[in-house]
Structure formats: structure tokens, C-alpha cells
Design a protein around this ligand. Structure first.
Ligand SMILES: Nc1ncnc2c1ncn2[C@@H]1O[C@H](COP(=O)(O)OP(=O)(O)OP(=O)(O)O)[C@@H](O)[C@H]1O
Ligand SMILES: [Mg+2]
Length: 445
């Protein structure tokens, strides 16, 4: 009982003082104990007596050597201590930095708008963020990427053994609830835990399903639109052909009949009706010419009879007659001799409308018209180019007319490209028309 009462203040004192004070107390106790023991047992005297007896060994120098050894070891241990403290500080700093980067990685992983996940090479999702859960329809626990992506998963995993990351612009993933899921993906090797034998894969998914579906719908609409435009053009051409025939058959017959009737009248110059007959004949002739021109514009007969090359030559010659001051050059490729009918009509209408536009708006001095066929790997192409050196215009400002938009519609309906260029002076109209819709088989040379 008395022992515990005595020891309590000592223990209390011991626990209150710092570690360095404790070390000092221990050192003082050890020194005092050694001093008391040495004084009690006369150790130094005995050592001196023994050293004197063996003077040849110079043992009386021993305390000084011990003192020097103690000094050196204290100095070394202090230096080692300092090294250990700075090493410990470095480690603490590195640990803080690592914790900070882990925290940042976790924030990026969890809060990222991309779907982030870590999966094993068997395709099981080990960890994922909320975005990934949301885009997978909260089915990440049942989702297996190997099943969802198929053989592509193994292919990607083996690729990741040789490269750091793999980017996939479009990847279709089978969602467990069968909803469409298309993503843009990046897969990287996850940092391996040295203790773990299993390789892991870190993936980022960006959901592009909506965009992809919208693009697909847009492509369908565009195709429908092209088909509609093509149909409208065909109907228009058909209708023009019918109107031309009707005018020719109905009006043309009667006009010819009137002229025949007039010709059968007596040619008596003195007769008062002769003058009227001559004038009527001239009017009818004028109407006949106008009707012929109209019929020709509605459906160029040369196009049906002799093909595009001759029809365009006729069109250009006719235009030149009406505009003798303008220098107009026409270059027709041999390939134009045998163009498909629908392409011939498009080409004819483009040249026709371009010449009309030049006459109406351009005030040009020189015109060049080229129709050239080019052989391509996938398909042959007809290139049409009409170039004038007139006043030009800004093709990017909206205009009221239908000529240019009609040309564009015709070309695009046939799967071609149409372009209008005008920079200050002159205009270049160009169109590329594929001559076969089916791609050509690539021939081996
Ligand atoms: N070769 C050209 N040189 C100068 N301006 C041109 C030329 N071709 C077209 N333009 C300009 O482009 C506009 C649009 O031409 P577009 O053929 O579409 O319509 P339009 O000729 O005015 O009318 P329409 O519907 O009868 O063809 C024209 O009004 C004209 O200002
Ligand atoms: Mg026009």
C-alpha cells in the first residue's frame, strides 16, 4: 500500500515530462549509478593499480581513449539522427502528396461527366462512378464488358499490353436492358497493385447514343429528301415532255393548217384580202417560231434524238446567235456521247440555266463551258464547269431566284456535288455527277 502511494508522484512526474527530459533523467541516473558503484567498489583505484602493474601495455591511457570513443559515437549518432529526421520528413511529405493526388483522382473519377470504370480483364466492373451507372441504366453490377462488347474486348485487352491507351471513336455496347448504347471510349492500363496478379483496365465512356441516333435519322431524312427531289425532277421533266408534245400536236397542227389555208387563197395582189392574208401568214409564222422555241426549251428534241453532246452544241449555238458579242467556248469530252439519260438531262439543264443567268445578270465578254468525264476508282464522274468573266455576285447572300437552287437540287438528287464560286469578278458554276450509283468493283492489275 505504502509502495503504491510513494510511486504515484514518480509515475505522474515521469508521464508528464517530455521524451528528451526522460532521456536526460535516464542519462543522469546511469552516470550517478556508475559514479556511486565506482566509488563504493574503488574501481578506478583497482584499475590504476592493475594498469601500473602492466605499464608496458600503456593501459593508463585507456580512459582518455574511452572518452574520445564516446565523443565520436555521440557525434555520429547525432548526425545519423538528423539524417533519419530529414528522411522521415521527406516520407511524410511524399505521403501527403500521394494522399492529395489520390483525393484528386477520386474526385475526377467520381465527379467526371464521363462514365469512368475499372474492370478486370474478364470484363467484370470492379468500380465505377455515377455517370457510368447512369449511362449503363444502373446495371453495372450485372454488366460484363466482355459479353457486352464481344470479341472486341479481348482484342482491346491484348492491344493494351503493348500500348498505354486505346481510343475507340464509336463502340456499340449491349446494355443488359437492351436499350441502345453507343459510346466513344478510351481504355488505359490501370496502375497495378504489385501484390495483385490480375491486370486491370481503366475505361472512360462518353455516351454518344443520342447524337448517333440523331445522325442516323438525319441521314435517312437526307436520303428521303434526295429521293423526293429526284422524283420531283423526274415528274417535272415528264410533265414538260407532255406539255411539249401537247403543244406540238395541238397548236402546231392548227398553225400549220392555218398557213396551208392561207397558201390556198388566190394570189391576186389587187384583192383587198391578200394583204390581210400575207400579214396573217407572217403572224402565224412568228407564233410557229415562238412555239418551236417553247417546245425546244421544254424538251430539247436533240437530247432524245442525238444525245447530250449534240443537244448542248445546239443550245450553245442558239445562244451564240442571240449574243454574237460574247465569246463562248465549248469543250465536250468524248465520254459525253454516252451518258445515262437522267445525267444528260441534269447536265443539259445546268448549261441551259447557266447561259440564261449569264445573259440576264453577268454582262460577260467570255464564257467557257466544259463537260469532262473522269474515271475514278469507285465511280466515273462527269464534271461540268461554266465560267464567265462578268460582274459576279456574292453567292453567300440569300437570293430570290430558283435557278441556282434548282441546279443544286438536281445535282444532289443524283448524289453529286454542286458549287458556285464568285470572287468579285466572274462566276464559276461547277458540278460533279457520279455516272454510276453502284461503286465499281476494284480490278486487280
Ligand atoms: N453568272 C452570273 N453572273 C452574275 N450574277 C449571277 C450569275 N448567276 C446568278 N447570278 C446572281 O444570282 C442570282 C440568283 O440566280 P438564280 O438563277 O437562282 O435566280 P434568277 O436568275 O434571279 O431567277 P430565276 O429563278 O428565273 O432563275 C441572280 O439574281 C443574280 O443576281
Ligand atoms: Mg436564273
Amino acid at each position: 500500500m505504502s509502495t503504491s502511494q510513494n510511486s504515484t508522484p514518480v509515475i505522474t512526474f515521469w508521464t508528464r515530462i517530455s521524451q528528451s527530459s526522460r532521456d536526460l533523467v535516464i542519462a543522469l541516473i546511469v552516470i550517478a549509478s556508475v559514479f556511486l558503484l565506482s566509488a563504493k567498489l574503488d574501481l578506478s583505484e583497482k584499475f590504476i593499480e592493475w594498469a601500473l602493474a602492466h605499464e608496458s601495455l600503456q593501459l593508463d591511457e585507456f580512459p582518455l581513449v574511452l572518452f574520445a570513443a564516446a565523443f565520436v559515437s555521440i557525434w555520429f549518432s547525432r548526425r545519423r539522427m538528423r539524417e533519419m529526421i530529414s528522411e522521415a520528413n521527406r516520407r511524410i511529405k511524399a505521403e501527403h502528396a500521394s494522399q492529395e493526388s489520390q483525393r484528386m483522382f477520386k474526385t475526377l473519377f467520381d465527379q467526371g461527366l464521363c462514365g469512368n470504370f475499372i474492370a478486370d480483364i474478364k470484363g467484370n466492373i470492379l468500380l465505377c462512378n455515377q455517370s457510368f451507372s447512369a449511362m449503363s441504366g444502373n446495371s453495372e453490377s450485372t454488366l460484363n464488358l466482355k459479353k457486352a462488347i464481344g470479341a472486341r474486348w479481348d482484342e482491346l485487352c491484348s492491344k493494351l499490353q503493348s500500348v498505354e491507351k486505346v481510343d475507340i471513336p464509336e463502340l456499340t455496347v449491349a446494355r443488359p436492358d437492351n436499350a441502345p448504347w453507343i459510346v466513344m471510349a478510351r481504355l488505359t492500363r490501370a496502375l497495378d497493385n504489385p501484390q495483385s496478379q490480375e491486370k486491370k483496365i481503366h475505361g472512360f465512356f462518353t455516351d454518344i447514343t443520342e447524337q448517333h441516333l440523331a445522325e442516323r435519322e438525319l441521314a435517312v431524312l437526307l436520303k428521303e429528301n434526295q429521293a423526293l427531289a429526284r422524283h420531283a425532277m423526274q415528274v417535272q421533266e415528264e410533265e414538260r415532255r407532255n406539255i411539249a408534245r401537247e403543244i406540238h400536236d395541238e397548236m402546231g397542227q392548227y398553225l400549220t393548217a392555218i398557213r396551208l389555208e392561207l397558201a390556198s387563197l388566190p394570189k391576186d395582189k389587187q384583192h383587198p384580202l391578200t394583204e390581210f392574208a400575207v400579214r396573217i401568214n407572217s403572224h402565224v409564222e412568228h407564233i410557229q417560231q415562238a412555239v418551236r422555241g417553247l417546245i425546244h426549251r421544254l424538251r430539247p428534241t436533240a437530247l432524245d434524238a442525238h444525245g447530250i453532246a449534240e443537244a448542248i452544241e445546239q443550245l450553245v449555238n442558239e445562244w451564240k446567235k442571240q449574243h454574237p458579242a460574247v465569246d463562248c467556248q465549248l469543250a465536250l469530252d468524248k465520254s459525253c456521247l454516252s451518258l445515262p439519260e437522267k445525267i444528260s438531262i441534269v447536265a443539259y439543264r445546268i448549261v441551259q440555266e447557266s447561259l440564261t443567268n449569264i445573259a440576264r445578270h453577268a454582262h460577260a465578254n467570255h464564257i467557257s463551258i466544259k463537260l469532262i468525264g473522269t474515271r475514278g476508282i469507285l465511280s466515273d464522274t462527269l464534271t461540268i464547269e461554266i465560267r464567265d468573266d462578268g460582274v459576279g455576285f456574292n453567292p453567300h447572300t440569300p437570293r430570290a431566284g430558283f435557278g441556282l437552287s434548282g441546279m443544286r437540287e438536281r445535282v444532289e438528287a443524283e448524289g453529286g456535288t454542286f458549287n458556285v464560286q464568285s470572287q468579285g469578278k466572274g462566276v464559276v458554276i461547277s458540278a460533279n455527277l457520279p455516272l454510276s450509283t453502284e461503286p465499281k468493283a476494284i480490278q486487280e492489275s
